[in-house]
Write a protein that binds this ligand. Structure first.
Ligand code: NAD
Ligand code: MG
Length: 390
């Protein structure tokens, strides 16, 4: 029986994880669940899974959670430090499915106790790749990718030597605006950006898919996770979202991972690793699908992509700055304070402002220095947003 905790349990990845666990209740003991404002869902799942503890991110919601759990053996807790404490409870595997940089700390705590970290939260590796990898190594803890592209690359690399890899291509659907012109994109609303042609995901990652900030984060995640050079990474627009990634080897072979656009594949792969177990996902009928299309992304419509390579070139804390500014710009777009294309401008301005400070960029990466840089970048991004509002 695997002992498992799920952080971000009420979100899209969290709910898909719980779906898989509920199908095999004898294989898992759920220890901790965390969520945000959806107290009813958090309590319902914690009770159904007989979790030890349920934590809401919001201290102000503690009493609501406590009363929803009354009469059960599930302990209620609230706040970021309670989430970190819950991550220290001994388990075999932690599903890191919080959205944003808030996912970093519980992931680090999980690694410190030697748990396998199933990483849906791509922001952890973007914000603090060196710190996450160092913590995993020091505690002999395993990292498993849950992002579909990285799970695909991981699977294509089984039995292979990373030194034989020439290139890694991750695919992008192109998001909600893949066929829109630049002018229409400039006027796009958050509601329009929050619909995805192929994947059913949380609101933030869906908008990030339309801007390709999601793909930019994933490019950086690829570099950190697999230790390849930036010039070995490619992005391919693939409207069908069935080929998730391709690994090119030095003999010219391309190993593609093909599967349905259902996150339960990558989640299930990580949950059961190193075994493969039967998963409730669609079996593809390629003869019926008939064709798969690929094209290069248009750099003019997706400025976020270019920024990913800038970030990798600057190195150090640039990923932390990039992610923090992106989170702020996304908040401002959702609040209709800035336009869709202005998100990239805000992020680029923040990166430009801070990347000249070599003391900041090259500081030793600890949770404290990362948090400090994250806060600073958020402040600078905010200033840029306020200026653009005039
Ligand atoms: P979501 O918005 O559906 O859920 C996010 C979860 O995090 C919720 O449980 C929410 O309560 C919690 N949360 C939000 N802010 C928090 C905070 N400040 N502190 C603590 N908890 C907080 O998001 P999602 O789509 O499930 O994505 C989760 C992560 O997985 C993201 O990093 C995303 O990039 C990544 N991911 C998602 C998908 C997908 O299909 N949804 C695919 C690949 C990667
Ligand atoms: Mg992905």
């Amino acid at each position: 029986m695997k002992r498992v905790s799920i952080f971000g349990a009420t979100g899209s990845i969290g709910q898909n994880t719980i779906d898989l666990i509920m199908r095999a209740p004898d294989d898992y003991k759920v220890v901790a669940l965390s969520g945000g404002a959806n107290i009813a869902q958090l309590a319902k799942d914690a009770i159904a899974l007989d979790a030890e503890v349920a934590v809401t991110a919001y201290e102000s919601r503690f009493e609501d959670l406590q009363s929803a759990l009354q009469g059960t053996s599930v302990v209620a807790a609230a706040g970021a430090s309670a989430i970190a404490e819950a991550a220290a409870r001994p388990v075999d595997l932690v599903m890191s499915a919080i959205v944003g940089a808030a996912g970093l700390e519980p992931g680090l705590v999980a690694l410190q106790q030697g748990a396998t970290l199933a990483l849906a939260n791509k922001e952890s590796l973007v914000t603090a790749g060196a710190l996450v990898l160092r913590t995993a190594k020091a505690n002999q803890a395993r990292l498993l990718p849950v992002d579909s592209e990285h799970s695909a690359v991981f699977q294509a690399l089984i039995g292979e030597d990373i030194s034989a890899v020439e290139r890694i291509a991750i695919t992008a659907s192109g998001g909600a605006f893949r066929d829109w012109n630049l002018n229409d994109m400039a006027n796009a609303t958050p509601e329009q950006a929050a619909t995805h042609p192929n994947w059913d995901m949380g609101q933030r990652i869906t908008i990030d898919s339309a801007s390709m900030f999601n793909k930019a984060l994933e490019v950086i995640e690829t570099k950190e996770f697999f230790g390849v050079d930036p010039n070995q990474i490619e992005v391919l627009v693939h409207p069908e979202s069935l080929v998730h990634a391709l690994v090119g080897f030095n003999d010219g072979a391309l190993m593609a991972h093909i599967g349905p656009a259902d996150m339960r594949h990558a989640i299930g792969y990580a949950l059961h690793y190193p075994d493969r177990k039967t998963l409730p996902v669609e079996r593809l009928d390629l003869a019926r699908i008939g064709q798969l299309n690929f094209r290069a992304p248009d750099p003019a419509r997706y400025p976020a992509l270019r920024l990913a390579w800038d970030v990798m070139e600057i190195g150090g804390m640039a990923g932390c700055i990039f992610n923090a500014a992106k989170e702020k710009a996304l908040d401002a777009f959702i609040a209709k304070r800035i336009g869709f294309l202005e998100m990239a401008t805000v992020v680029e301005n923040t990166l430009t402002k801070l990347s000249g400070d070599s003391g900041l960029i090259l500081a030793e990466m600890t949770l404290d220095t990362v948090k400090h840089t994250d806060q600073l970048a958020r402040r600078i991004a905010d200033e840029t947003i306020q200026k653009r509002e005039g």
